[in-house]
Every structure is written in structure tokens, then in C-alpha cells.
Design a protein around this ligand. Structure first.
Ligand code: XMP
Length: 604
């Protein structure tokens, strides 16, 4: 789009590039994630550049770098962590492995209270969050240190006349005090204060959609019931008019309970009428017997296309005239674009091969592809959607397919022994392994490994420590759950037997019911809004034939990039347990104690 001012965030493979970008937008300047390998003139258009963090060491051969021409562009540059060290090295300074690595909190000592442009508003003693094993030991010419911490001499360095700044800590995480002030100071230095908000975005976006979608084309958009596709639909209708946009809800058979009904109600208020196409039988038949997570995802992505073609035929639409609309949002666009340093963890349903091909042919439009989730929600409100709708928990495009686990994993002795060895360090904890695997992310790579189940009496903080110890130390386990019920059974007496499960109507109805029970309990307890997302997962585990189990996965998250399990009120947990165990065929209830990383939010 035509924003005049853009602050670029160069991604060096760290986890926080998106957080920096979304923080900067919240502070009123538009930002975009860029690769470190862009041609130098694509950085020249920017109002400022942030070099972000990354997992490598700048002195290792082959570690990611960036063209030194960025220093000739005359734009302000802020290096954060790896980005700071890289800038120091490229400009002639020196970086080494630190004598003392620093992870976690540190306190800032300011050298100069008035001279620092970047630290305006700081008074010294601010707590900042560090995570580094390397440090800058010599500054390049022109730089001076403006703050240090006890283990880091060059915590903040500045070359004010050249508008170059380096900081060793992470201003984008909430554990850093005044992190927003620092970023706001940088935005001001870039001259980009108050240059971005959603109302402005809306006006520009509507213009852009009108200009770029050829006048003889219409858009066919799949609406799933989630906020993203609903907002995309409203945006397209506003830009192109109702006659040029066809919203179709494909009933996949893997949606939430009463979704079709609720969505219709919400859109009717807006005067929009959706076409509903029931493809559930097609989905059930193609997914029958499928178990592998990535295969399931690819089948679903392709089925959406097929169902959309069926539907277009049924409606008598001319395929030359229609292009495909999708509600893909910014993190998904970037992740699936696969920057050189990232690893495919999951294939997003909007990025299967057939869709990539349509995109290359210019036959796909994604109206909110440059927005973050919280921005999509806000835009939904601007477009007139009720808050209860825009503030709903995110729901993945493939729906319950990624929450129904059908793959068996035979338990191996080594995994059990390993778990027992780790648990020997924690008194009062018993543990077992479930005969299934789930997807996770360890060291920025995909993992597919066992899930442990624990029992004992502990506070959530202690469970967090146990869970982290297991996933850090085990080579076989990437997910840890707490055994919630039945209350009178212990983990060691329970029979976690594999009971085959199919991606069919019967099992998806069972999960739909459990999911609806969970949502209604959370809403009546008044805590739905505190939880970022809460997948309810159906496991092929029970004592007797055809029994299943449920996993509760409430999380806190920032943009779904990282997540921590949500410490649910114990009374609410008890209520959930008793209601879920009241559903016929549900044998056990578990609570997911895994953060992301090492677990992903969805189990797959
Ligand atoms: P993970 O499981 O990767 O999920 O931690 C991160 C967030 O993305 C959602 N998700 C998806 N959303 N299509 C979507 O529209 C997908 O294919 C997809 N996969 C995961 C997930 O629910 C969570 O909010």
C-alpha cells in the first residue's frame, strides 16, 4: 500500500521480529518485516530500520548479515540484540562470547541522563529483559555508551549524529520497563510519529482494492466464521460493492457448534447474505483413515479449493470472471513466505501448492494480509461487527481437523525411562506417556513427539517448572499435560489405551459438544475474555473400546508467535472436568502445561 512512512524490521530468525513490528504499529507508525537479503535500495524507501534479534553469533561463519550499504542511506537504524552486535561488527567494532551470559532481568545504569535521544524518559534503574550469550567488547568510531547493566557494558550505545543506536536488551517484550518509551523515541527520531492508524488504513485499503482488482473481475471469498474472513468479506464488499463479492461458507463438518447459524445472524445485521455450501460429506470421506498431521492439512487446503469450485459450478459462476479472496493475516503471510532462516512448522491452509499457483497467476486477493490479529479485531469493530464477535478466540481455518488426533505412537521403553529419570528430581509427581504424538517447535524447528501426563498436587508455577524441565531435558517428549480427571483415579492406575478415532461426523460431533461445553463454562465464569485462545483437543485415548479423552489448552499469547499456558482457576477446572466427563464416551480430561515453544498452540 501507499503509506508514506514505513519502519522496516529486518528479521534475522529470532522470535520477536513480529512483536517489534506490532508494537511499533500500536505506537502509531506503520512497520513491515523484511528479509536481510533484500536489495539495498528496497531499504532506501524506509523512514527507519530496526535490525532485530536472532539465534546465531555474528562471528560465526555463515551467520546472517546485511548489506553495508544500509549505512549510506542516511536513515535512522536501531539494532536490537543480534542486530546491535551485527551493526557494531559491520561498522568496525568487536563482538565476543560474553564472560557471563545474561538471560532474564537486568537493571540499567545510565551514563548520561540528558544526552541520550533514545533513552528520553528514562531515569536509571529500569528493569530490562536480556537474552544473550555474546557481547560487544569494542565500539566502532562515533559511538558512545549511554547505559550499561551489571553484566553488559554496552547495553545502550548511540551515534547521535548518524542516528544509529544499538541496544542489547529487548524493548518489545512486556518484561522490559519503558520498552514502549524507547520504541516511541525511535519512531520520533524516524520522523514517523502519528503516521498510522486503522481509520487511515481503512481509507487507503479501500482505494487500493478498488484500484488493483480489475473492473471485470469479481471476488469469491470463503467465509469460515472466524474474525479474519468475516472482516475480509466486509472490507471487500465495502470496496467493490455487494454485486462483485460472493461470500460462501463451506460447511466442512469440522466447525464449531452452531457456527453457521451464528455467522448468518451476524452478517444479516450487516445486510449481507451468505451462501452456505454443505461439503461435510466430501470432507469426511477424503479425511477417512488419515492420520499424518501435514497430510491432513494439505488435504483440507485442497478440499477448500475443490469445494469452492463445486460451489461456483452450482451457482453458475464463470471461472474467468472470479478470483479467490482469502482472509490470510500478516504473521501467516510472512511465515509461509518462508524467510531463509525459518523452518516450516505447519502448512497453513491458505498456502497449499494449488493456492500458491493461483497466487502466482494473480488470481488471489488477500485484503488483510498486512494486519496483525488485534488490528483485524479493531478493524472489525470499525466496520460495525459486534465486540462479542470480534473478540472471539481465534479458530484455525482447518477447524477441528487439527484438534482431532488420530495417529497412534507406540510407546517405547526409552521414553518412559527418560521421563522417570527426570521426575525423580520432583517429589510428589507421578508421570506416564500417552500413545500419541503432537506437533511442537524446538529451537525454531518442527518437532513431532510424545506427550507426558503428570499427576500430583502443585501450584501452576511449579507445574510450569516441571513441564519446562521435561521438555528441555527429554529427547522424546515435546508436550506435557496434567491429569485432571476423573478425580479419584491416579495417573499410574489409569489405562491410557489407544482407541482408534476417525475424522468423521461422529467424532467431530463429540468434540463439537465438548468445545461448546468449555466455551459456555468460560463465559459464565466471566473469564472467556482473559484467555487468548483455548483449543479443546480430542485424543484417541481411553480405557474401554471407543472411549476418547479431552485436552484443555488455554493459552496467553502475543500474536500466537509465543504462548504460555493459562493458569486456569481451579474451581473452573473442576467444573469443566465434571461437565466433560458427563459427555458419554469421554473417559479422561487433561490440561496442557506446555508453553510455545516447545509446544505449538494446536496439537495437529
Ligand atoms: P500454532 O498451532 O502454530 O498456531 O501455535 C498459532 C495460531 O494459528 C492458528 N492456526 C491457523 N489458523 N489456518 C488458520 O487460519 C491454519 O492453517 C492455522 N494453523 C494454526 C492457531 O489456531 C493459533 O491461533
Amino acid at each position: 500500500m501507499n503509506q508514506r512512512k514505513v519502519i522496516g524490521i529486518v528479521d534475522f530468525g529470532g522470535q520477536y521480529a513480529h512483536l517489534i513490528a506490532s508494537r511499533i504499529r500500536r505506537l502509531g507508525a506503520y512497520s513491515e518485516i523484511l528479509s536481510n537479503e533484500e536489495p539495498a535500495d528496497s531499504y532506501a524507501k524506509l523512514s527507519g530500520l530496526v535490525l532485530s534479534g536472532g539465534p546465531e553469533s555474528v562471528y560465526e561463519p555463515g551467520s546472517p548479515s546485511i548489506s553495508e550499504k544500509i549505512f549510506d542511506l542516511g536513515i535512522p537504524i536501531l539494532g536490537i540484540c543480534y542486530g546491535h552486535q551485527l551493526m557494531m561488527k559491520l561498522l568496525g567494532g568487536e563482538v565476543r562470547k560474553a564472560g557471563t551470559a545474561e538471560y532474564g532481568q537486568a537493571s540499567l545504569d545510565l551514563f548520561s541522563r540528558n544526552g541520550s535521544e533514545l533513552l528520553q524518559g528514562y531515569s536509571g534503574g529500569e528493569v530490562v529483559w536480556m537474552s544473550h550469550g555474546d557481547e560487544v567488547v569494542r565500539l566502532p568510531e562515533g559511538f558512545q555508551a549511554t547505559a550499561s547493566s551489571s553484566d553488559c557494558k554496552y547495553a545502550v550505545v548511540e551515534n547521535v549524529s548518524a542516528h544509529r543506536f544499538g541496544i542489547q536488551f529487548h524493548p518489545e517484550v512486556t518484561h522490559t520497563q519503558k520498552g514502549n518509551e524507547l520504541l516511541r523515541n525511535f519512531i520520533r527520531i524516524c520522523g514517523a510519529e502519528n503516521t498510522w492508524d486503522l481509520t487511515q488504513y481503512l481509507a487507503l485499503k479501500l482505494e487500493e482494492l478498488k484500484d488493483t482488482i480489475p473492473k471485470d473481475k469479481k471476488v469469491f471469498l470463503l467465509v469460515s466464521g472466524g474474525v479474519d474472513s468475516t472482516v475480509s468479506y466486509l472490507l471487500l464488499t465495502k470496496a467493490l460493492g455487494r454485486d462483485r463479492v460472493k461470500g460462501v461458507l463451506i460447511d466442512t463438518g469440522f466447525m464449531r457448534k452452531d457456527e453457521v447459524l451464528h455467522l448468518r445472524e451476524n452478517l444479516t445485521v450487516q445486510g449481507i447474505h451468505l451462501h452456505v455450501h454443505d461439503s461435510s460429506e466430501l470432507f469426511y470421506s477424503r479425511l477417512k483413515g488419515k492420520k499424518d498431521p501435514e497430510e491432513k492439512r494439505k488435504i483440507v487446503g485442497n478440499l477448500f479449493l475443490e469445494a469452492q469450485e463445486d460451489c461456483a459450478r452450482e451457482l453458475g459462476l464463470n471461472s474467468e470472471e472470479w478470483i479467490l479472496g482469502q482472509g490470510t493475516i500478516y504473521p501467516d503471510t510472512i511465515e509461509s513466505g518462508g524467510t531463509k532462516h525459518s523452518h516450516t512448522i505447519k502448512t497453513h491452509h491458505n498456502r497449499v501448492e494449488a493456492i500458491q499457483k493461483l497466487m502466482e497467476e494473480g488470481k488471489v486477493v488477500e485484503p488483510i494480509k498486512d494486519l496483525y490479529k488485534d488490528e483485524v479485531r479493531e478493524l472489525g469493530t470499525v466496520l460495525g461487527l459486534p465486540k462479542e464477535w470480534t473478540l472471539r478466540h481465534p479458530f484455525p481455518g482447518p477447524g477441528l481437523v487439527v484438534r482431532m488426533i488420530s495417529q497412534k505412537r507406540e510407546i517405547i521403553r526409552e521414553a518412559e525411562t527418560e521421563l522417570d529419570e527426570i521426575l525423580a528430581d520432583f517429589s510428589g509427581v507421578a508421570g506416564s506417556i500417552l500413545p500419541v504424538a503432537s506437533v511442537g517447535v524446538k529451537g525454531d524447528r518442527r518437532s513431532y513427539a510424545y506427550c507426558a501426563v503428570l499427576s500430583g498436587e502443585k501450584e501452576w508455577e511449579d507445574w510450569n517448572r516441571v513441564s519446562t524441565a521435561i521438555t528441555n531435558r527429554s529427547s522424546h517428549i515435546n508436550r506435557v499435560t496434567l491429569f485432571v480427571g476423573p478425580e479419584n483415579v491416579s495417573v499410574k492406575d489409569a489405562s491410557f489405551l489407544f482407541q482408534p478415532l476417525d475424522l468423521d461426523r461422529k467424532d467431530s460431533d463429540l468434540l463439537r459438544e465438548a468445545d461448546a461445553v468449555v466455551e459456555s463454562v468460560l463465559r459464565s465464569a466471566g473469564i472467556y475474555g482473559e484467555i487468548w485462545q483455548m483449543p479443546v483437543v480430542l485424543l484417541p485415548v481411553g480405557k474401554a473400546a471407543e472411549e476418547r479423552s479431552i485436552v484443555l489448552r488455554p493459552v496467553h499469547s502475543q500474536e500466537a508467535m509465543t504462548a504460555s499456558f493459562f493458569p486456569l482457576d481451579r474451581n473452573v477446572l473442576r467444573e469443566l472436568e465434571s461437565k466433560l466427563l458427563g459427555i458419554p464416551k469421554i473417559r479422561y480430561v487433561f490440561f496442557d502445561l506446555t508453553n510455545k515453544p516447545p509446544g505449538t498452540i494446536e496439537w495437529e
